[in-house]
Design a protein around this ligand. Structure first.
Ligand code: GTP
Length: 363
């Protein structure tokens, strides 16, 4: 066996198996209300042990001054956006945090990264999942994205970064609803749904900070990914995540981004599954905006494998000690650009059948 996915598994065996600190990424286009939300979040109770890393685009760090409760535990990364110029600094900041291991006297419990409004969060997620200094200590808890209820549609039209931000989010937090006379425009809600039907949409302004805190405090990022797959997949085979839309019309936006869940009833042979993952990561890694799910491997029927990846990079696959519920099917959520869901599933089936045949014909 070879390939990125397979080698990750080998690496995982050597990495610390200790608890990893959940990291939540707060993204959203310029001016969409990230800092405002962060300020409101920091007023909530039950955030001891939270480190906040703020990044902004520009030469002078202003956001830190705007964050009312900024302290030594807030690490500002000025001079450019986290996803490109400052990628090294993110690693440095996280390494420092992990060495420090406590925040104002409380053990380090969680990290929130507020990205620059211009950042594509993909590279940040890849750093979190792929950097050897970061990966053993931190795990992605989730991605929250603020969307301006007034300007959101125009922003999505004009700025591909904003499309990426929405596409990879677990939670979409609609801001500035108070500036509207009525409810948010159905066209905006449909666009968000078509870009990312997986994400939870939060429309209650009062509850946005709590929604963000809930995302940050999901106990285990990986089982949260699994739970999401769990909630979305109800039918055998695969289906688009929006059940109202027939399978052959999986939500596919003009941006080419689609999300769907691949479901398999039968346990998958490890070798065939890994070969399939290696194949799609190698051939279409660029287009895998996010992949997360639970896999029922034939060789370990009681311990589901959790997979969680962004483009070419995956968290080292981890096995849960037991199934989180009664549903033991393989369920994988894909958020992709231009990937054919059916072809993806068929490729897996071909590899499984080939594996079965070779097992039968083995002496
Ligand atoms: N009325 C209203 N104004 C808001 C809301 N959220 C943010 N704002 C305002 O929108 C402007 C931008 O908000 P910020 O929180 O700075 O946005 P940001 O996403 O952090 O912006 P960048 O750091 O530039 O990416 C500020 O003037 C806020 O006061 C909201 O829910 N309602």
């Amino acid at each position: 066996m070879s390939g990125h996915f397979t080698s990750l598994l080998a690496a995982a065996a050597h990495e610390e198996s200790g608890e990893r600190v959940p990291v939540t990424v707060l993204t959203g286009f310029l001016g969409s209300g990230k800092t405002t939300l962060l300020n409101r979040l920091l007023k909530l109770p039950d955030l001891q042990g939270t480190a906040v890393i703020v990044n902004e685009f520009g030469t002078v760090g202003i956001d830190q001054d705007l964050i009312a409760q900024a302290s030594d535990d807030t690490i500002l990364l000025p001079n450019g956006c986290l996803c490109c110029a400052l990628r090294g600094d993110l690693v440095e900041a996280l390494t420092r945090l992990s060495e420090q291991d406590e925040i104002a006297g409380a053990p380090l419990r969680q990290v929130l990264i507020e990205t620059s409004g211009l950042a594509d969060p993909g590279p940040i997620l890849r750093t979190l999942m792929g950097d050897p200094a970061v990966r053993p200590r931190f795990a992605v808890a989730g991605v929250a994205c603020t969307v301006d209820a007034v300007l959101g549609m125009g922003t999505l039209d004009a700025h591909p970064e904003s499309v990426q931000q929405v596409a990879v989010a677990d939670a979409l937090l609609l801001t500035k609803l108070d500036l509207l006379d009525g409810p948010p425009a159905p066209a905006l809600l449909e666009r968000l749904q078509s870009l990312n039907a997986n994400a939870t949409l939060h429309l209650d302004r009062e509850r946005l900070p709590v929604a963000l805190r809930d995302l940050m405090q999901r106990q285990d990022a990986l089982s949260a990914a699994a739970a999401q797959a769990d909630a979305r997949a109800e039918t055998p085979f695969y289906r688009p995540v929006n059940p109202a839309i027939p399978t052959d019309q999986a939500p596919r936006h003009r941006d080419g981004i689609a999300s769907f869940v691949l479901v398999r009833d039968e346990p998958l042979p490890r070798e065939a599954f890994f070969a399939w993952m290696d194949l799609i990561v190698a051939s279409r890694g660029e287009d895998l905006l996010r992949v997360k799910g639970l896999v029922h491997l034939a060789e370990q029927p009681e311990q589901p494998l959790v997979i969680h990846g962004v483009q070419h990079l995956f968290h080292p696959p981890m096995s849960l000690p037991a199934w989180p519920g009664t549903d033991r099917r393989t369920r994988i959520v894909f958020i992709t650009r231009g990937l054919d869901a059916e072809a993806l599933g068929q490729t897996l089936d071909v590899l499984v059948r080939r594996h079965m045949r070779s097992r039968r014909s083995a002496p």
